[in-house]
Design a protein around this ligand. Structure first.
Ligand code: NAP
Length: 265
């Protein structure tokens, strides 16, 4: 049997953006491990296919009769039509939407505020903030129709403190927390819980780009982490699943910082 620690994931449906890599992939796998069917939505078609393959492999190994299923859907979160089509596909395939993890995001090129090109500002805000809004806009009506759901948005440590050389990313990630709080208030009475996670430095392909993939770059990042290591994508996935579970039924509009103490002052 697949593990099902909270007893409320089997047969449910989770939509995960940025699921072709890093935190999104780890969370898609975690949902599947708990028995949920997963819609793997990312701009990278090849990465989507690989995540689906990993989920299928997981099910095969578990040897359970009620295997979780996964589908890959190409989805650029900056494109409303892509988001709508991906969610339509979720309903068409699985008939419902219980959980959404709005996680797709990109890092900013390091630059002082006045040096950020307007195009770079737009790119970052478009993917990291507007993308989350577009997902909420199309997920919430589906959840309202079926009487509820749980949504988690990905912010960052940069959502709670300022980051030198990262004004666009920091503004977008602070924005995700504001958006999460307002959306949470809008729908709490209709049984939809909206929360956020704010990860610290997590060992993913994004972090490889951020550190330049060098041991010096990694050491610099680790030196900012009080626990003396980077986080693992699975550690964010665990928090996302908990926020989606009935154990978190009274948690609304919260931004959960998961960062090894990085932003604790
Ligand atoms: P990652 O390893 O780069 O994975 C992100 C995924 O999102 C990639 O597959 C990427 O595809 C995809 N993506 C990029 N633009 C997209 C778009 N417009 N529409 C749909 N998918 C898109 O990054 P990660 O580290 O897992 O980060 C996931 C989230 O956590 C992001 O929101 C990030 O800001 C946040 N976060 C990460 C850290 C960290 O330390 N890693 C810390 C705090 C917050 P491509 O690779 O093809 O671009």
């Amino acid at each position: 049997m697949l593990p099902n620690s909270n007893g409320n994931f089997t047969g449910k449906v989770a939509f995960v953006t940025g699921a072709a890599n890093g935190i999104g992939r780890a969370t898609a796998l975690a949902f599947a491990r708990e028995g949920a069917n997963v819609v793997v939505a990312d701009i990278s078609e090849q990465g989507n296919q690989e995540t689906v393959r990993m989920i299928e492999e997981l099910g095969g190994r578990a040897g359970a009769s009620l295997l979780p299923k996964a589908i890959a859907v190409k989805c650029d979160v900056t494109q409303a039509e892509d988001v709508k089509t991906a969610l339509d596909k979720a309903i068409e395939t699985f008939g419902r939407l219980d959980f959404a993890f709005n996680n797709a995001g990109v890092e900013q090129k390091n630059a002082a505020t006045a040096e950020i090109e307007a195009e770079e500002w737009d790119r970052i805000v478009n993917i990291n903030l507007r993308g989350v809004f577009l997902c909420l806009k199309h997920e919430i009506p589906l959840m309202l129709k079926q009487g509820g759901g749980a949504i988690v948005n990905t912010s960052s440590g940069a959502g709670v403190i300022g980051i030198k050389g990262g004004a666009a990313y920091t503004a977008a990630k602070h924005g995700v927390i504001g958006l999460t709080k307002s959306a949470a208030l809008d729908y709490a009475s209709q049984n939809i819980r909206v929360n956020a996670v704010a990860p610290g430095y997590i060992d993913t392909p994004m972090m490889d780009r951020f550190t330049g993939g060098t041991s010096k770059g990694r050491e610099q990042v680790i030196s900012e982490e009080p626990v003396g290591r980077m986080g693992k994508p699975e550690e964010i996935a665990a928090a996302v699943l908990w926020l989606c579970s009935d154990a978190a039924a009274f948690i609304v509009g919260h931004a959960m910082v998961i960062d090894g103490g990085q932003t604790v002052q």
